[in-house]
Design a protein. Structure first.
Length: 286
């Protein structure tokens, strides 16, 4: 991904908050509603700390009031400092904006009746729309489509790099993994806990792994869940999922679930996914 200094603007209700959330998932430092008087100092800070402030997204909207006219000065300073920038302007039709306001029950930032506020805001924000590099109409976009659009615009290919897989093991005896999106139960596999010499070891130890993998039930189980999960990933990415937690449980969370989670993590790393591995109950007493 290239270095980016993005100014995210547009009409309230058109999706600026969602865009900032998506960009944050992409690794951007996102700043919302900074007083425009401070933006000039912020630009200098970014210039002095290029490594730390590599990818920036700055939200500017109608809350800036009359200062919104400073947008031209801001762009001039960015150009002078040789900081490559782009202005994204988020828009949507009035009917969609009214529907979104109705669903969220939020008041218009101008403090007016929503319908009148939209009209007034469009006039105020025209100064930004005119200098925008790209206008994104979110009227019919899903979050997933918006995410893919942004990925393409900032030079990040829309693939499995957008999705962080969190793979965890846990013990059912200590409670199910509440944070999990998908849970698999490995308790049907013979338990190494009752095998001499394996009780005090974990699913990270080779002896335990060998014992589990030689069980006739295990190969089919792992092949089926890994194939199923891999086939589901494109759908989660398309819908804009930024993190998916897959949990494998066994009785105590020390042997079968750990070995399976370890193997599943390696499987997805091999398939070019970002993976975070976590063993919730591995240190608990048996």
């Amino acid at each position: 991904m290239k270095n980016n200094f993005l100014i995210v603007s547009g009409i309230s209700g058109a999706g600026k908050s969602q865009v900032l959330n998506i960009l944050e998932d992409f690794g951007f430092i996102c700043v919302d509603n900074m007083p425009l008087e401070f933006v000039f100092e912020f630009i200098q800070l970014c210039k002095k700390n290029k490594k730390e402030y590599k990818n920036i997204a700055l939200s500017i909207d109608v809350r800036a009031g009359k200062n919104i006219n400073k947008i031209s000065e801001i762009l001039a300073v960015l150009k002078k400092e040789k900081i490559k920038s782009k202005v994204f302007f988020l828009n949507a039709d009035n009917a969609t904006l009214l529907k979104r306001y109705s669903e969220t029950r939020r008041k218009h930032p101008l403090g007016m009746i929503v319908k009148e506020g939209i009209v007034a805001e469009r006039k105020m924000m025209e100064v930004v729309r005119k200098v925008a590099d790209i206008e994104i109409d979110t009227t019919n976009l899903t979050i997933g489509e918006l995410k893919n659009t942004l990925a393409q615009l900032i030079g990040l290919s829309a693939n499995n790099r957008q999705l962080l897989l969190s793979i965890m093991s846990f013990g059912f005896k200590y409670g199910i993994a509440a944070e999990a999106d998908i849970v698999f139960d490995a308790r049907f596999i013979p338990n190494p806990n009752y095998v001499t010499g394996l009780k005090t070891k974990t699913g990270k130890d080779l002896e335990v792994v060998k014992y589990i993998e030689k069980q006739k039930e295990y190969k089919g189980f792992f092949n089926k869940i890994s194939t199923l999960l891999l086939s589901l990933m494109p759908g989660y990415i398309k819908e804009g999922k930024s993190q998916l937690t897959i949990a494998i449980g066994c009785t105590g969370g020390r042997h079968r679930s750990v070995a399976t989670a370890e193997k599943l993590a390696k499987f997805f790393i091999k398939n070019k996914y970002k993976v975070k591995l976590y063993h919730r109950d591995i240190l608990r007493a048996g």
